[in-house]
Design a protein around this ligand. Structure first.
Ligand code: FE2
Length: 369
């Protein structure tokens, strides 16, 4: 089938943060990222500072404003640290923008070309849920560090040797989940379908999400080549406050809830993350008692998974291993998932109950359940 909206992959995810220098240190030391690019006063940019961090194929950009009246400062004031831009690498940023806007996306940054001695960098952006932007990036004619305006750090040279910043083994972005308001999920499902040709991969309703309190619904949208997956969650009426509603209350509206990063060795990756201070959600040890009966034979020793709190789920196509961090800022908003897939293309439906009960324990500790 012809892909009418070609997207190569997720290019980067940009966070607006209160203090990019310290956030960069956190993602380097706690998550194993390498600092590869910088933009700020020293490089001639007067209003903001940005740090590019890489690990495997994952690129994070951490940006802070250098003054109070900047829109980035406003974003941090309202939302706290959070995902401001989800950037997709496309073969043609002009076509992507015009097609999306023609199909009722709201334009945010019209097609722009910037050149320096390393070539030409092309981009554009449309509005997504809340204050989040989807940016279209074409870097096919650009050979510099990240984008014009950025300076390499001393680590950028490693890239030349084909060392893709191995770090703790995080390899690529598997999916990025958005939380939207009650009743808005289908509108955003339609948005991805209409503006960028995404199709629905699967959905989860209250039947699947069956804790005593948690109530949410979720639909997973994916692009034409299946490389970009955006699940959309909305809260549902439950006995107590939905975990999605807690996010919406503290993020002050819709936004990106979690980034799932793949690894080829979840035991090694999670051990390094944990030893570096990353905090993970824990399920009760009883989860592991009858695990093999539920998911069958897996390659990893169950004691190792139990020690770390890694969850397992299986479907017709294979199995997956996954674990979720606690929120990575004081507001209970953005968190990370670490996932290792062995054939399964699912999202760990069999773990929802144990996982959401764990989330609710944390939510109750915050006085928000
Ligand atoms: Fe996820």
């Amino acid at each position: 089938m012809e892909d009418n909206f070609p997207i190569k992959s997720v290019d980067h995810v940009e966070f607006y943060v209160g203090n990019a220098k310290q956030a960069a240190h956190f993602y380097k030391t706690a998550f194993g990222f390498t600092h590869t690019g910088y933009l700020g006063l020293e490089t001639g940019t007067r209003d903001r500072a940005s740090y590019v961090l890489e690990q495997g194929k994952i690129r994070l950009v951490l940006t802070t404003a250098l003054g109070p009246d900047h829109p980035i400062a406003r974003h941090c004031f309202v939302h706290g640290d959070g995902v401001a831009v989800i950037a997709l690498e496309v073969p043609d940023a002009q076509y992507a923008y015009e097609t999306a806007v023609h199909n009722e996306a709201t334009g945010a940054v019209p097609f722009t070309e910037v050149s320096d001695e390393y070539g030409t960098f092309r981009y554009s952006a449309i509005r997504c849920y809340g204050d989040t932007l989807i940016k279209f990036v074409d870097r096919s004619d650009y050979n510099g560090v990240f984008a014009p305006g950025y300076s390499p750090t001393r680590w950028s040279a490693e890239n030349v040797n084909g060392n893709r910043y191995k770090g703790f083994g995080l390899a690529s972005i598997d999916h990025i989940v958005g939380n939207v308001e009650l009743g808005a999920m289908n509108r955003w499902v339609d948005f991805f379908a209409k503006t960028m040709g995404f199709t629905q991969l699967m959905h989860f309703d209250d039947e699947d999400i069956s804790t005593e309190y948690s109530a949410l619904m979720s639909k997973v949208m994916q692009n034409g080549n299946g490389k970009v997956k955006f699940p959309i969650n909305e809260p549902a009426e439950g006995r107590k406050k939905s975990q999605i509603q807690e996010y919406l209350d503290y993020y002050q509206g819709p936004g990106a809830q979690h980034l799932a990063c793949t690894t080829g060795d979840i035991v090694a990756t999670v051990t390094q993350l944990r030893d570096s201070g990353v905090e993970f959600l824990r399920v009760p040890m009883t989860y592991y008692n009858d695990l093999e009966a539920r998911v069958g034979k897996i390659d990893e020793p169950i004691e190792e998974l139990a020690k770390l709190g890694v969850l397992v789920d299986r479907d017709e196509e294979g199995y997956l291993l996954q674990i979720f961090t606690k929120p990575v800022e004081d507001r209970p908003t953005v968190f990370f998932e670490i996932i290792e897939r062995h054939g399964s293309r699912g999202f760990g439906k069999g773990n929802f109950k144990a996982l959401f009960e764990s989330l609710e324990r944390e939510q109750a500790l915050r006085g928000n359940l």
